[in-house]
Design a protein. Structure first.
Lengths: 234, 239
């Protein structure tokens, strides 16, 4: 471990200093890869989706057309409707493949226990909300993810699934007519698809705020998997 | 937490763990302009391929009650050039060519002599709006039989009075709801909706529903795919 270009530190001192450091391998390789792949594809899907929405920014009739909102060009990706469709239809597969691989990995590795919310987590959700939003005392962290986090991550997976199902109906409302009718038909599937996007963006916003609040050590754990001195370790 | 090893982290692991994320560079290819276009084209083709796989020739598009119809005046007129290409309706014929036993000029009366199907189906524009309309016409499959089309030809290629053009894969063209449409809302097609003849294929996206048809070709090779498709929109786009 000798480094050539800095002041040598006695090995014993290094070991002594490092013996205080406890590290945990929080995120397996597959989870980290899926996380960043999904970050890219979700960004592309949202951007190109907004460009597609710009072609008809309404959920009503074509005649008369009442625009719901104006999506600025700067938030849209793809340049024009045809270009956005190309991005959307290409990254949809990366998005689906990433999600499918992630869910399969979580199930077969058992890693889902870390992030899936289960009934016994219920009691812990409200204290976390109180801590984050109403200055409540911070509950002791006993696991990698607290109950509120588990709830957020679990709902993100559900939202991901809903985004795919509503998207399939928008693309193929005739072949998937049964699924379409469950959503109230093509017209309503478009509304749900947009609602799912809003919910996902809300999740991403909250997620980014939390990442900033929890600092570098927490952030790098999603790159390397390792977290130094996590709260739940003595 | 049995999964979490409470052990020391060797320093070299950081780099090794980061390297494990290198598959991410694959999506970075989309940032390279030269590679981007072919990648996106491949993505669209793959999506089209999936859509063609999902297509079932006996699965019908949903039909709707008269009460669910949008009124005729709320059926948006979408044209790429002019609403009325000034077709001479009296002299109009459909030029049929390609892999057919009886090529030539076909009159509207001949097309109307085939059994008529009238249905309320949903028209969906690639822009995202949709409208339920009432369409009447002859089944494309009946007409193809009428002109003696080669049964295993791959495509139907149509040209329009406004220089629009389109192609349909044969499976979609032969779908029992695919029409050579000459009526909307039980009235002869108005000029802006494609008089005297248009395509009405409820298993396809809006831009496939070509209006003001002038010619129809049965072929294995299409010279071009379609007006919008050739500018980058999906070629198959089944619904």
């Amino acid at each position: 471990m000798a480094s050539s270009n800095c002041t040598p530190i006695p090995i014993a001192a290094v070991e002594a200093a490092e013996s205080h450091i406890r590290t945990a391998h929080e995120h397996p390789w597959a989870v980290r890869l899926c996380h960043w792949l999904n970050a890219v594809s979700l960004f592309v899907m949202a951007g190109s989706g907004l460009q597609i929405f710009r072609a008809f920014p309404s959920f009503g009739s074509k005649i008369p057309q009442r625009d719901l909102l104006h999506v600025p060009k700067s938030l849209a990706l793809g340049g024009w409707l045809g270009g956005a469709l190309q991005w959307h239809m290409t990254f949809a597969w990366i998005y689906v493949a990433t999600g499918a691989f992630y869910v399969a990995y979580q199930i077969f590795s058992g890693n889902y226990r870390q992030s899936l919310i289960v009934p016994r987590d219920r009691a812990g959700v409200w204290p976390m909300i109180r801590h984050y939003f109403f200055f409540g005392r911070k509950p002791a962290q006993t696991e990698v993810y607290n109950p509120l986090q588990k709830m957020a991550y679990t709902s993100a997976i559900v939202l991901g699934l809903l985004s795919v199902l509503t998207g399939i109906v928008l693309y193929n409302p005739v072949q998937f007519s049964l699924l379409a009718s469950l959503m109230g038909g093509f017209h309503w599937a478009r509304v749900w698809h947009f609602c799912v996007l809003c919910a996902l963006l809300l999740f991403v916003l909250g997620h980014l705020i939390m990442v900033i609040l929890h600092g570098w050590n927490n952030f790098t754990s999603m790159l390397t998997g390792w977290k130094r001195n996590p709260e739940y370790m003595p | 937490m049995p999964d979490l090893a409470n052990r020391q982290k060797p320093r070299s692991l950081n780099r090794r763990e980061l390297l494990k994320l290198s598959p991410l560079l694959v999506v970075g290819a989309f940032a390279i302009p030269k590679v981007r276009a072919p990648l996106l084209a491949a993505g669209v083709n793959f999506t089209d391929w999936a859509s063609a796989k999902w297509f079932r020739r006996d699965h019908l598009a949903p039909t709707f009650a008269d009460s669910e119809l949008a009124p005729m005046e709320k059926f948006y007129v979408n044209t790429y050039d002019v609403d009325d290409p000034e077709v001479d309706l009296k002299k109009w014929t459909l030029t049929v060519s390609g892999d057919v036993r009886r090529p030539g000029e076909y009159t509207l009366a001949q097309i109307q002599s085939l059994s008529k199907l009238t249905q309320n189906t949903r028209h969906i524009c690639v822009e995202g709006w949709d409208v339920i309309g009432r369409f009447g016409g002859a089944r494309i499959s009946d007409f193809l039989q009428f002109v003696g089309a080669k049964p295993d030809a791959k495509f139907l290629y149509v040209e329009c009075a406004d220089d629009y053009y389109e192609s349909l894969d044969m499976a979609s063209a032969l779908h029992p709801q695919s029409l050579l449409c000459y009526e909307m809302y039980d009235q002869p097609l108005t000029r802006e909706h494609g008089a005297p003849l248009r395509l009405r294929v409820p298993t396809k996206i809006g831009y496939k529903q070509a209006k003001y048809l002038t010619s129809l070709r049965v072929t294995d090779v299409v010279p071009k795919t379609g007006y919008w498709e050739d500018q980058g929109y999906p070629a198959y786009y089944g619904l």
